[in-house]
Structures are given as structure tokens and as C-alpha cells.
Ligand binder design. Structure first.
Ligand SMILES: [Ca+2]
Ligand SMILES: [Ca+2]
Length: 283
């Protein structure tokens, strides 16, 4: 069956106002034609079937949030009914929770097999969640079905044929992360690294100036950072079998703010770098 269709002009993808996700709409398509729609989304515990609807469908209030861990990937299957050739699917996960669907948050989901025109099509792939060290709750997964548009299928604005569906996702921190705390001791801890990989720990008094601050104990005016922590030089070493390490030592109350930076080294390059929140001492 041949259908003549015209692709709609695309609106610019952008956030609207703070606290809102960009609007999504379609300019054409009817269930009576019949035109294509997303009939099921399966992502973890989300397994949401929907009757024919063309446009924008918000399931954030009716389908419980799925929880994912940063740094891991998760399978997703999207079912499209009334399939038409050149229908494509992209999934956008706002993992950082800034309410903007950025380019790196898009995953194009491959079509499986060769479904007949007007039939049921299955798209199946995996969504990778980028490493991040903060938890994000109630963020958005947007499934986009659109016709005759080059990938990625747009998260925002108006399209011709298709449907967008929104779901809630909670993101737990994961991947290479640095934690820090200030008490009687200054404690810096790394988790989620590669077991046995080398690490370098840095401290700086001037966030953003790294590595021009205290670079693993060098360039340090504060009593030579306790004389390189009593000459143990603990600012570099190997991560343990869990990809973790903890550095903790007494730190004087000097009325300064310290920023920590941890870097993991896997030959031949530094592969991760994370900054810790500022730690106040005596302020
Ligand atoms: Ca639907
Ligand atoms: Ca985002």
C-alpha cells in the first residue's frame, strides 16, 4: 500500500520555562486512517499498553516510576501499531534531571525485522544511563515515534505523524564517584572505579583552577598539606578489588574551603575525573 505523505516542518527543540519539559505535538494522523501509534512500551517494570492515540500521551501520573542506576544500560522495547515504512523510534532520558532533553540523552531504538505496512512493528534496544554522582527523582523518559524524519526522532515541537509518550524515571547515582566529608578528619572516598586501576586524588582551594591548586599534595601552602600527610604520600595509589578507596586524615581547622578532585587512570589515559562538593573547615 502506498500512501503519499508530507513531512511537517520541525520546530526548534528547546526548553520552555524552568520546571517544564518542552511541548510535543503532531500536525496530522488519525486512528481511523489508520495511522501509526505507540501501542506498548516495556522498560523495566514499565509495561504500558495504550489504545490508538496520535499526538502526545503523558503517563507520568498513571504509571509508577522506573528506577535505574547511572552508568548502566537497560533494555527497552517499543511496539508500534499501524506501522508505516520509515517509522522510527528514539528514546530520550533526561538522566541529569535538568528538564532539557540534550543530544547525549537520546537513544535511537532499532526496528526488529521487516514488518508489513499497517502491521505491528517491534523496536528493541538498550538505553545507557550516563554515569553521574547525584540521585535524580521524577525525571522524564520520552518515547518518540515519528514518520520520515532522520534520527534522532525529535523530543520537542511539532512533527507530522507519530506519537510521543512520557514516563517517570528515578536515577540512582552510579559509576565513578567521589565523596567527601569534613569532620576532625578530611575524608575522601572513591567508589565505582575499575578494580586495581590507578587513582590520583587532588585537593584545591580554588575550584575551577584545578590542577593549579594542590595537585596530589604538591603546591600546598597549608603546612605542606601536613607534610604530605606525614610523608605517606597517600594521594595516589591503586583502587581496591571493588574499585574503591578511602583517604582520611586529621585536618586542621584553618578557616578554608577545600575542594576535592579524584581521577582514575587506566593506561594510557585518565578515564574519569570527578569533583567533590566544597568542604568547609572552620568557616
Ligand atoms: Ca500510545
Ligand atoms: Ca537533561
Amino acid at each position: 500500500m502506498l500512501r503519499i505523505r508530507f513531512a511537517a516542518a520541525l520546530a526548534v527543540c528547546a526548553a520552555t520555562a524552568a520546571g517544564q519539559y518542552c511541548p510535543a505535538s503532531t500536525t496530522t494522523g488519525l486512528c481511523s486512517t489508520p495511522d501509526e501509534y505507540v501501542s506498548n512500551v516495556q522498560f523495566g517494570a514499565i509495561n504500558n499498553a495504550s489504545p490508538c492515540f496520535i499526538g502526545y500521551s503523558d503517563f507520568t501520573g498513571t504509571v509508577p516510576a522506573e528506577t535505574v542506576v547511572a552508568g548502566q544500560s537497560y533494555p527497552i522495547t517499543v511496539t508500534v501499531t499501524n506501522y508505516f515504512s520509515t517509522d522510527r523510534v528514539t528514546v530520550w532520558l533526561d538522566a541529569d534531571g535538568d528538564q532539557v532533553f540534550e543530544a547525549h540523552e537520546a537513544t535511537n531504538i532499532p526496528l526488529i525485522g521487516t514488518p508489513p505496512a499497517g502491521g505491528v512493528a517491534t523496536y528493541s534496544g538498550a538505553v545507557s544511563v550516563a554515569e553521574q554522582c547525584q540521585a535524580v527523582t521524577g525525571t522524564r523518559l520520552r518515547v518518540v515515534l515519528a514518520w520520515n524524519i532522520a534520527d534522532p526522532q525529535p523530543a520537542c515541537g511539532s512533527i507530522g505523524y507519530g506519537e510521543r509518550e512520557d514516563y517517570l524515571v528515578d536515577v540512582l547515582p552510579g559509576g565513578f564517584c567521589l565523596s567527601a566529608s569534613a569532620g576532625p578528619n578530611l575524608t575522601l572516598g572513591v567508589t565505582g572505579g575499575v578494580p586495581g586501576a590507578a587513582y590520583v586524588m587532588a585537593l584545591t582551594l580554588n575550584q575551577g583552577a584545578f590542577p593549579n591548586g594542590w595537585w596530589y599534595g604538591l603546591d600546598i601552602p597549608v603546612f605542606e598539606l601536613l607534610t604530605e600527610v606525614n610523608a605517606g604520600f597517600p594521594f595516589f595509589g591503586l583502587l581496591d578489588a571493588n574499585g574503591a578507596m578511602v583517604l582520611s586524615f586529621p585536618f586542621p581547622n584553618l578557616g578554608v574551603v577545600v575542594y576535592g578532585v579524584a581521577t582514575e587512570y587506566q593506561a594510557p589515559s585518565y578515564t574519569h575525573s570527578r569533583s567533590a562538593p566544597p568542604l568547609a573547615f572552620g568557616i
